[in-house]
Design a protein. Structure first.
Length: 274
């Protein structure tokens, strides 16, 4: 509703970032709730998420999210990670996202099983007390070795309310640390550590420097992506390799997510450019 401009504050359209103050008048349109019982997710999807569990205790659940699976349903998506997990086990009925990964991005995803744990995790993410490391395959030879990208990012909107992010002087401070793992003529494998948590941060920073992530249909080049698909790349080559946060008793813990087979098997060929 916010994206479509249907929520009004003092008769004007309100963006999601708007902070309300006392005395303002908010108009919310009628909400129609579908009372039909949602169809259960396919068993293969349930099995995929069971196999993806990396860690579980009474507070949190960490999974290696498959690429191509949205973290939650909506906008034509009937089953996301949250919906499938909630229907699988009674003790997962209240599971909630501590953070998000793009639909095409695979890797370590943290969910909270209890409200208190969710509040703590959200606070940790806000205060940058969570460390995340990604693997990204970019187009072209990366010449910079270790490099820190410090460029402000701004969220804009395109048709149908899609979010699009650009480098802009009036954007929010955004910092990404990049280290090269394997650089070849056609493609380079990078280890990427975002120091801030902006929307599409890694994808936009790398694309702005001229190194779009392989398979990125939003910020990459269509011709190059077509060629990569012919080489067997099924999706965006961005993987959340690890995440570290305070897991309660015992202090900070590091969780690692193996590179999934759908892109791991293609990596040697993609690096070689054939």
């Amino acid at each position: 509703m916010l994206r479509k401009g249907e929520v009004r504050v003092n008769k004007g359209r309100a963006k999601p970032t708007r902070r309300l103050v006392s005395g303002e008048v908010i108009r919310i349109p009628p909400i129609f709730v579908d009372t039909v019982t949602p169809q259960r997710a396919p068993q293969r999807l349930e099995k995929a998420l069971i196999d993806a569990v990396l860690f579980e205790d009474r507070d949190v659940l960490v999974i290696n999210k498959p690429g191509g699976l949205a973290v939650h349903g909506g906008s034509g998506i009937s089953h996301g990670v949250v919906e499938v997990l909630r229907q699988m086990r009674p003790d997962w009925a209240e599971v909630s996202l501590a953070h998000r990964l793009d639909r095409e991005t695979s890797g370590a995803l943290v969910l909270a099983k209890r409200r208190a744990a969710l509040r703590k995790l959200h606070e940790d993410f806000r205060e940058n007390r969570v460390s995340k490391v990604y693997q990204a395959l970019v187009v072209g030879y990366w010449p910079h070795g270790h490099h820190v990208i410090d460029l402000p990012l701004k969220v804009t909107e395109r048709r149908n309310g899609e979010r699009h992010v650009v480098v802009a002087p009036d954007g929010k401070p955004s910092v990404t640390e990049v280290t090269v793992t394997d650089a070849r003529k056609s493609a380079s494998l990078l280890t990427v550590s975002p120091q801030t948590g902006r929307t599409h941060q890694i994808r936009v920073h790398l694309a702005h420097l001229g190194f779009p992530i392989a398979g990125d249909d939003r910020y990459g080049e269509p011709e190059i992506n077509d060629r990569l698909r012919k080489q067997g790349l099924p999706r965006l080559f961005l993987h959340a390799q690890s995440i570290a946060f305070d897991a309660g008793v015992g202090g900070e813990r590091l969780f690692s997510a193996p590179l999934p087979n759908d892109i791991a098997k293609k990596l040697p060929r993609l690096l070689a450019g054939n």
